[in-house]
Design a protein around this ligand. Structure first.
Ligand code: AMP
Length: 282
């Protein structure tokens, strides 16, 4: 497995692979990799001839008061995980390699991004769409793998690829959880011992909401209220949102039917803003 930091090196390697007729799978990440990322990489390895992982903490997708500086980083451990999972190339650029002097082009979206995380993180999806477009143009993958953990991001990327005619198959992969249910996240490392205990309330609310709908509840307000009440039993939890939306458009629904997404964001102890979700076809 190679680790490279320049766009030219990625292009040269991918060009050589394509000449041999190899199909390229791609997993974009911000690093500090865990079993969630690993599941995406293993799937990319299994379904393609070669797998590329990018590790880039993209400054453009962080707001001015967010955790860009403190975001955890550990390239050595990440490289070990990638190699063991079977990846062939890590692209680990510096911000200056991705954003040259005078950079002023962006990929932006309306509608889908004006809901859920887009409301409390106004610059986030413009940064995500711009960097993912750039990474797609650099790596030129046949398939790209994204986690359902970031359900809105997955919907946004699928829409972007359709709208901009990018010839890349987007593959969504299930959420990987800790033993107690908490969705794995690089940001879980921000949690103190007490906050970590209380963070389990996100997945508890997710499992409860899912069960209510599976048991026949069709009123989104009833499900959301019950989930909010459960989350509020934890004194360190502050709800950002609990929403039930159409899985493709991210628009609120009046009735639970069709492809729905229930997504939540909760701040725990002022230490970490965590997200979780489930989707159902009703
Ligand atoms: P990140 O490094 O947080 O930008 O995540 C990189 C990719 O890994 C994204 O597509 C995430 O949705 C995915 N991912 C992160 N955590 C998980 C998880 N617990 N289960 C599945 N996928 C995940």
């Amino acid at each position: 497995m190679k680790i490279v930091s320049t766009i030219a090196e990625v292009r040269a390697q991918v060009k050589a692979w394509k000449k041999e007729g190899k199909r390229v799978g791609f997993v974009p990440t911000m690093g500090y990799l865990h079993e969630g990322h690993e599941s995406l990489i293993k799937r990319a390895v299994a379904e393609n001839d070669v797998a590329v992982v990018s590790i880039f903490v993209n400054p453009m997708q962080f707001g001015p008061t967010e955790d860009l500086e403190s975001y955890p980083r550990d390239l050595e451990a990440d490289a070990k995980l990638c190699e063991a999972a079977g990846a062939k190339l890590i692209f680990h650029p510096e911000p200056e390699e991705m954003y040259k002097d005078g950079f002023c082009s962006f990929v932006d979206m309306s509608g889908l991004t004006n809901a859920l995380c887009g409301l409390s993180r106004p610059v986030h999806f413009r940064g995500v769409c711009t960097v993912v477009s750039k990474l797609f143009n650099i790596v030129m993958p046949d398939r790209a793998y994204f986690g359902e953990k970031d359900a809105q991001q997955l919907a946004v990327i699928k829409r972007m690829v359709t709208d901009l005619n990018m010839d890349i198959e987007i593959v969504g992969c299930p959420i990987i959880r800790e033993a107690d249910g908490l969705a794995k996240s690089s940001r879980n490392t921000y949690l103190s011992e007490e906050s970590r205990k209380q963070a389990v309330i996100l997945s508890k609310a997710i499992f409860m909401g899912k069960k209510m709908i599976e048991d026949g509840e069709r009123n989104p307000e009833t499900v959301k209220k019950a989930m909010c009440e459960l989350i509020s039993t934890m004194p360190l939890a502050t709800i950002d949102y609990v929403e039930i939306v159409d899985r493709n458009t991210m628009k609120n629904v009046d009735l639970i039917q069709g492809e729905i997404l229930c997504a939540i964001a909760v701040n725990i102890g002022g230490e970490a803003r965590l997200i979780d979700n489930f989707h159902l076809s009703v």
